[in-house]
Design a protein around this ligand. Sequence first.
Ligand code: F6P
Length: 549
Amino acid sequence: MNPINQSPAWRKLQQRAEGIGKLSMRQLFAEDVSRAERMSVDACGIHLDYSKNLVDDDILQQLGMLIETADVGGWRDRMTAGDAINNTEQRAVLHMALRNRGDRPYRVGGDDVMPGVLGVLAQMRAFSEAVRSGAWLGHGGKPMTDVVSIGIGGSSLGPMMVCEALQAYQSPALRVHFVSNVDGAQLTQTLQSLDAETTLFVIASKTFTTQETLTNARTARAWCVDALGDEAAIARHFVAVSTNADEVAAFGIDTDNMFAFWDWVGGRYSLWSAIGLPIALAVGMERFEQLLAGAHAMDEHFIAAPTEANMPMILALLGIWNSNFLGAGSHAVIPYDQNLRNLPTYLQQADMESNGKRVTRDGMAIDYATGPVVWGQPGTDAQHSFFQLIHQGTRLVPTDFVLPLRSHYPVGDHHAKLVANCLAQSQALMQGKTAAEAEAELVAAGMAPEAVARLLPHKVFPGNRPSNLLLLEQVTPAALGALIALYEHKIFVQGIVWGLDSYDQWGVELGKQLAGKLLQVFADPSAGAGLDGSTAALVERYRRAGSEK
Ligand code: F6P
């Protein structure tokens, strides 16, 4: 296939982008009272208003052509058919099978994967119910009060983000903690308030070879055995989630206490698998299944809806318009919900590890922008830190606002204020404030003409800055499932249009390799021959500090 940037639709979009200075969102809204209605779509309990983007009907139509040109529909069919669309690892990409609630068949190499998926869900149900009800007893005969999930990246971020997001559904009787960093501070601080007799560890690692996870897991095991005085305690206090039964057994966890998943589940797409066990422990299996159902509903929408009504496709195309044509290098996600505070962090891995690539699926160099830098923080806090740049800086930062209409914490008028702030931010980004408006305000405030002239440039807001509004009724398990699946499919569509493999992550390997070599150098300085001058000097400083192990 020819590179996407040589397609007629791409060229037309480039031409439209050259004349974009003439397009004013304010004017577009003034001229078309139905704009917001026309540029909104509802699916699976989510309302997306994308009318505050710098687009008109012609631009949207040309963007839609990219879906045809890149054969997104064909790739979507290949994905659901279990083809190895992760071609550099020769793996199928079937996270949709994990939340399949209907009768759509999912196969890999001709084998139906659904019996295995349903079997593990049943195992998760039995285990989570036993732990939550107090029937699962620790080595000393006591029920569990704390779960520590040890994992990193996709084996941690998804469950952590979801557990936080669904905090309102959790009971204080079972607390769930997450440890990911190899920095001993995190594990030490987590363990210091816990009682080994009532603590359950979930060791979550697809490969079960990840340095950080295995290091934390070994230290946790030593802590547990030390406190309970018996190696046999491991059987009641450690379970594993992995694709690698051999390594789980080698670590010392009975594979009866292992929850399996499969190589066709990418790490950053795995929260729907047994990697979601901490979610089931935190909020119960029924709610975990509601999360799956919400995601499944979004899958069906993504599979069936035409481009112009397909929410993931619309978000993907707007992202492409903003980055490839309007030059945005980053994308902000601002949840107006404190419990969604880690949604941006979760999406950083989902998006940047998927689409942060510089060659096509066939290994050809890409000469157009691919995945943006994804970042964000909850509103209203974000307003008081970096929104200055989003409103008046020299960079274009397309922003997704995520807003639940109802709060789980209805206290006073907090939620009304939260909603007003969110809507106001997207309104301000769109309409800005002209020099005439700013001047009129300053004059009305009684300011002297010289002072007005001095201050005026600082008071102008250029506006015309794109944002999407994603409204949820409330952050329920189902709505959250749909929201996460929405972003997953957006990432898929963008990866297909950009012609890259969204499901590998070779870029994380070099650092891991070099860290392994440096650990050898710490143990044996002669292994450091050939290190570059900077790294050698830094190693030497570390050695002189005297704490190398
Ligand atoms: O280093 C990146 C990565 O491979 C991620 O893709 C993955 O989610 C994470 O590490 C954890 O890997 P594992 O689940 O095998 O421990």
